[in-house]
Design a protein around this ligand. Structure first.
Ligand code: GTP
Ligand code: SPV
Ligand code: MN
Length: 619
């Protein structure tokens, strides 16, 4: 491979004569690319190949532009530091729209605008928006290229940061394009248009993090199309992730009888070598990555990782629900990640090939964040300011992220790469609640589990712009990601249970790692100790663990949890498992208010579940 330092025309044409793309023989795709180029008027159009030379060229260009700082090769090989503009640090839920033809199809939880109206606004914004920049065309596939129905996408972007990050997060490049071309008109791909909204005038020098104050993250569900403008941040700009794999895919899943969910996937092996696969939905920044890579503290149990953010689940021929992770990398929360909480994430990132955004840059060319070991005496904060341990400000943004290849995870399960996926034994729903929700509750059946998911609540986090720590309903951890009417989504979940053989469905549980004591401390140690909860879940499935029936479901008896070697007093255990009737009675009006938003569109089964819960609480 060549290692040019300049993005020269010569390097491009070398690749093209190597058989890599200068364009496509797929007429429909070429027409769309031409149309976007005519609208956005970039200086040049480059097709992303996925080659090593291309990575070098892009990262060199980002270093030259001041967007990237190369980290010390001995610490993090082939890795880069980036700091965003302070107004571009997280998903922007109030700027995110579902533009279905009918408003009712966006439902009460999404922002909606008429698609024609939205397109008129955005065409105005896109006009000339790539002036002075390069327009990249990224052919990608979510999931496996050899899947029965490969889930193609093509992202157009004017951001090199986005191209580099997409190459980590999704399977991208010329192999994907060739497959799209072979399939011709049969290739289904999601066109995904992204612009930073920061055109450059001739001679104008660029800023390190170009973006716009005006932001739009828009899904057109009927057209299976995405338009994004003004942000370079992860979920707003890496369009294969939340926009495609959750918002658009959830619409496809509704129409085709499967599930697109905000879930991690892990493989659990017992000391008897029994294997179970578990999927878990927690809202953003509520513990998916950490649970997916968990290092168990109980002897003989092992965890392997398949995915940390998104699961697509379809029924197999045997009637079981099979999950695949459509992604190719991790876009993980940095703060709090360390050798104790998540040693497997530490091993993954130290292999390099990673991008760190909005953390601190140390004087010796490494990265640091709150919660990491070896606090430096001095660093450059994510805001570009001098930082020392006595600084009043954080060194890293609470939503700072590492972007790293999944293949580097030391506990990656080999099945990760199987396009058929893995059969799921248990689904966990969980949120971040200081009170009320016990450590773990088992649902009675699929419909009750759907009720648990539909009423899931969590304190808001820094993963989205807005107030942090406010309790809100976050159904199935999908509030910002359901691409259609959430009432219809609940109906779809109920329907999945109706169509299936109940004995083969995953058992559904509700967990809460975040309950607090009076002093505000966590009642449960979390992280690796969560393996004790996973063990109980598996033993419930196998019928060997005890539970008490409560108004909200089955909760462990104090003896049924394996607590060997754990420093937890009986009082603390009682507190973490408690089902406090008064707290639950106080929860009911919130659930009623939430359900009222769906009117007649709320599945009757969920109303029946709520009535049953109220009766058991003596209401
Ligand atoms: P997204 O990538 O935004 O979807 O987040 P996520 O669900 O993958 O959350 P992640 O695992 O990155 O955790 C977010 C924050 O919660 C981090 O700061 C973790 O340290 C913290 N966290 C994760 N698991 C636990 C736990 O078991 N107990 C406690 N107390 N904190 C946890
Ligand atoms: C989340 O917010 O749930 C994330 C990060 O996983 S983002 O890619 O920005 O959506
Ligand atoms: Mn997420």
């Amino acid at each position: 491979t060549t290692h040019s330092t300049e993005p020269t025309a010569t390097t491009e044409s070398t690749e093209r004569t190597d058989g890599l793309a200068a364009g496509t023989t797929h007429a429909g795709l070429q027409a769309w690319v031409d149309e976007v180029a005519a609208l956005t008027t970039p200086d040049e159009v480059v097709w992303v190949t996925g080659s090593e030379a291309e990575w070098t060229r892009l990262t060199d260009r980002l270093v030259a532009a001041g967007t990237f700082t190369r980290l010390d090769e001995r610490k993090k090989p082939n890795s880069f530091y980036a700091a965003s503009s302070p107004n571009d640090v997280a998903r922007v839920e109030d700027r995110t729209f579902t533009c279905s033809a009918e408003e009712k199809d966006a439902g009460p939880t999404n922002n909606w605008m008429d698609p024609q109206e939205m397109k008129a606004i955005m065409r105005g914004l896109y006009a000339g928006s790539m002036r002075g920049r390069t327009m990249y065309v990224i052919p990608f596939v979510m999931g496996h290229l050899n899947a029965e129905n490969p889930m193609f996408g093509v992202e157009i972007t004017d951001s090199e940061y986005v191209v580099v990050s997409m190459r980590v997060m999704a399977r991208c490049g010329v192999n994907v394009l060739r497959r799209i071309e072979e399939l011709g008109d049969d290739a289904r791909y999601v066109p995904a248009l992204h612009s930073l909204g920061a055109p450059l005038e001739p001679g104008e020098s660029d800023v390190a993090w170009p973006c716009s104050d005006t932001k739009y993250i828009v899904q057109f569900p009927e057209e299976r199309m995405i338009w994004s403008y003004g942000s370079g941040y992860g979920g707003n700009a890496l369009l294969g992730k939340k926009c495609y794999s959750l918002r658009i895919a959830s619409v496809m899943a509704r129409d085709e009888g499967w599930l697109a969910e905000h879930m991690l996937i892990l493989k659990l092996t017992s000391p008897q070598q029994q294997v179970h696969y578990v999927a878990a939905a927690f809202p953003s920044a509520c513990g998916k990555t950490n649970l997916a890579m968990l290092a168990p503290t109980i002897p003989g149990w092992t965890v392997e990782t398949l995915g940390d953010d998104i699961a697509w689940m379809r029924f197999g021929d045997d009637g079981r629900l099979y999950a695949v992770n459509p992604e190719f990398g991790f876009f993980g929360v940095a703060p709090g990640t360390n050798e104790t909480t998540n040693p497997n994430a530490m091993r993954t990132i130290e292999r390099g090939n990673s991008v760190f955004t909005n953390v601190a840059l140390t004087d010796d060319g490494d990265v640091w964040w709150e919660g990491l070991e070896n606090e430096p005496a001095h660093a450059r904060s994510w805001k570009g300011e001098d930082w020392t341990p006595s600084s009043s400000e954080l060194s890293s943004h609470p939503n700072s992220r590492y972007c790293t290849p999944i293949s580097q995870c030391p506990i990656l399960a080999p099945e990760y790469d199987d396009p058929r996926g893995v059969p799921i034994s248990a689904i966990l729903f969980g949120g971040r609640r200081k009170t009320t929700i016990p450590l773990v509750t088992e649902s009675r059946d699929w419909t009750h589990g759907t009720f648990m998911g539909a009423t899931l609540s969590s304190e808001t986090t820094a993963a989205a712009v807005g107030q942090v720590g406010v309790v809100r309903r976050d159904p199935m951890a999908m509030l910002p990601f359901i691409g259609y009417n959430a009432g219809d989504y609940f109906n779809h979940w109920i329907g999945i249970g109706k169509d299936a053989d109940a004995a083969k469905l995953p058992k559904i549980f509700y967990v809460n790692w975040f309950r607090r004591d009076e002093d505000g401390g966590f009642l449960w140690p979390g992280f690796g100790e969560n393996s004790r909860v996973l063990k109980w879940v598996i033993e419930r499935i196998e019928g060997t663990a005890a539970a008490v029936e409560t108004p909200i479901g089955h909760v462990p008896t104090p003896e049924s949890l394996d607590l060997s070697g754990l420093d937890l007093t009986p009082e603390q255990l009682d507190a973490v498992l408690a089902v406090d009737v008064d707290e639950w009675r106080a929860e009911i009006p919130q659930i009623e208010e939430w359900f009222a938003r769906f009117g007649d569109n709320l599945p009757v089964q969920l109303r029946v579940e709520l009535d049953g819960l109220k009766a058991r609480l003596g209401l």
